[in-house]
Design a protein around this ligand. Structure first.
Ligand SMILES: [Zn+2]
Length: 341
């Protein structure tokens, strides 16, 4: 740990009564800490060094002598070397943020190598990392999000998950907001697309740990309204192209397989609407195929074609226009996708 800077002698004092209603955080209260952060009604006593080293904002707050009338930075009686900084963050958010810099005072090791972060951890660390200009922290979590909210078709197609394992669909609302906050437009098409799969909660938004509600801005809500219809259209388009000729180039019984493909195409009319025009245009068709070719007349080559190469080709075409479907512009989206193929 880097040595902390001495507190400014100009710090004004605050009476104990002003802070009497505050409670000490159970996770972050180091008796020898040299900085008290106040978030909501919780005090965190930590070390200045790591915050100063990683955050230009904390560096500025703690290194510049403050005018005596500035109540934003104070020390308490008997703790003259310990500035108190009130923050506007919630205690829950601040706890996630502090865990990046220090293990808890209760001795529990918080960070040990790879872990699968919760939505709340990711959200808090990106928002507070951005606010306090801890660029490396923001980048770490944005990189993690970009693995799922990808701009690379092949990576996205390979992944069996459309969002991090600990995330729920409603959390994609926050991912849209984080993409905007961090100026990462490449995450917007897939994050908005995930929002389009939501029901009424697309309006209600999600509840953060501190009880506040996070929603989509109205213009993004409008994008989802349009995007959802476009996703259903993409599904319908894929449905009508999936079973067209030709059969697989490697098919050894083309007449038979052609007949089955034709049947699969004809029976689309009898399929449920949510099969043909489901919002998730990337869903597999194999339940539909298996249900209509129970005796497995399709040869293995044609079956594999319907399972893999044909939907992949059709989905790639949809993917290319995904930013337009979602009403956003992403520099290099199409070019990148072309280079991959
Ligand atoms: Zn075949």
């Amino acid at each position: 740990m880097k040595p902390s800077r001495p507190a400014s002698p100009l710090l004004p004092h605050v009476s104990v009564s002003e802070t009497a209603s505050l409670k000490r955080d159970e996770e972050f209260w180091f008796e020898d800490g040299n900085l008290i952060l106040v978030a909501g009604d919780v005090e965190f006593r930590v070390y200045q060094g790591p915050l100063i080293a990683h955050s230009p904002v904390f560096n500025d707050m703690l290194s510049l002598p403050q005018p005596a009338e500035d109540s934003g930075r104070r020390t308490r009686h008997g703790e003259s070397s310990c500035p108190i900084i009130p923050l506007t963050d919630s205690p829950e958010d601040l706890r996630h943020f502090l865990r990046v810099f220090v293990s808890s005072s209760s001795g529990k090791i918080i960070r040990s190598g790879q872990h699968d972060p919760t939505f709340h951890e990711v959200s808090a660390c990106v928002r507070l990392g951005h606010k306090y200009q801890v660029d490396g922290l923001v980048q770490r979590y944005v990189d993690l999000l970009r693995k799922y909210y990808a701009d690379n078709f092949d990576a996205w197609y390979r992944s069996t998950l459309v969002r991090p394992p600990s995330f729920q669909a409603v959390h994609s609302i926050a991912v849209v907001n984080l993409a905007r906050l961090t100026n990462t437009p490449s995450m917007l098409p897939t994050a908005l697309m995930d929002c389009c799969t939501l029901g009424p909660e697309i309006v209600d938004g999600l509840v953060r740990e501190d009880g506040t509600r996070e929603t989509l801005p109205l213009d993004d809500l409008g994008r989802c309204f349009v995007g959802r219809a476009k996703m259903a259209q993409a599904s319908a388009r894929i449905a009508h192209l999936m079973f067209r000729p030709p059969v697989s180039a490697a098919c050894r019984q083309p007449a038979c397989c052609q007949r089955v493909l034709q049947r699969l195409l004809n029976e689309l009319g009898n399929a449920r609407d949510d099969v043909i025009s489901c919002v998730d245009w990337y869903a597999s068709w194999m339940v539909y195929v298996d249900g209509r070719d129970e005796d497995r007349e399709l040869c293995m080559r044609c079956y594999k074609m319907l399972e893999g190469e044909r939907p992949k080709k059709l989905q790639r075409e949809v993917w290319m226009s995904l930013p337009a479907m979602m009403g956003v512009t992403v520099e290099g989206w199409g070019i990148k996708a072309k280079q991959e193929s």
